[in-house]
Design a protein around this ligand. Sequence first.
Ligand code: ADP
Length: 279
Amino acid sequence: MKEKILEVNDLHFAYDNNKNALKGIDLTIYAGERIAVIGANGAGKSTFFLNINGVLTPDEGEILYRGTKITKKSLKELRKNIGIVFQDADNQIIASSVMAEVSFGPMNLKLPREEVRERTLMAMEYMNISDFKDRPPHYLSGGEKKRVAIADIIAMKSEIIIFDEPTAALDPLNAAMLEDVLSRLTDEGKTLLISTHDVDFTYRWADRVLVFCGGKIIADGTPLEIFQNKEVLKQANLLRPTMLDVYEALVQAKMLPADASYPKDLVEFEHCVKYSVKV
Ligand code: ADP
């Protein structure tokens, strides 16, 4: 049976008593899931992330972490176990050297000094940033800063890692590096939530997709279920992944059989073409 990590029940949140940014979110997250969180700007994705990581406090509703209801006293438990890699690394990075930056989280957990050091070295190694451990993070390139921001969270050993639009400012090489890191984290059993506008990435990477719209989750399903649901796509102003369009066009033109399984990426697509097309 799938292991429940996080339960969110009827979560509401408003900024400064303005209109609700979250209007009743119900969700259960299971260990090891790869969840893409999609939807237009202002739909409530970031606000939701900040609520489940304890930075913001819900106005209504409850959050249970591993079956235990989170209260003001146990907020630390959420912050320790649910880490966020923010969209803009400059908003996350605060220390004057890379090493000091990466050690900041474990130090805040009040771990023994030796463990802080071990985790810091491990996280820098993991993200391949050990060579610039003494450099000021603010003078690194965008891709390097992103690696530091991810190392911050790796050093916390959080069970759930949230990435807020991680590929937004990355060049293709750094975007590929990020996908590699995501695969490694999944292999290690981490639960990942990623907000993104990249439907192609969502389609090939996620095993579950949440669609936010106007402060609510309007759809929750596999990438195929979501991207074949015209109503949801229209309501949330979403485009379809190119791979899905190309595949369905080939099936419709009878160039591929309709029963072939849907390819997720180029490798699967090539496999599908190779074994379906008669030569
Ligand atoms: P998303 O991450 O999907 O783009 P957000 O969670 O940032 O959406 O925003 C949800 C709603 O909350 C929007 O209406 C936005 O204008 C509002 N909002 C976001 N951050 C703040 C803030 N710091 N103060 C007031 N309103 C905010």
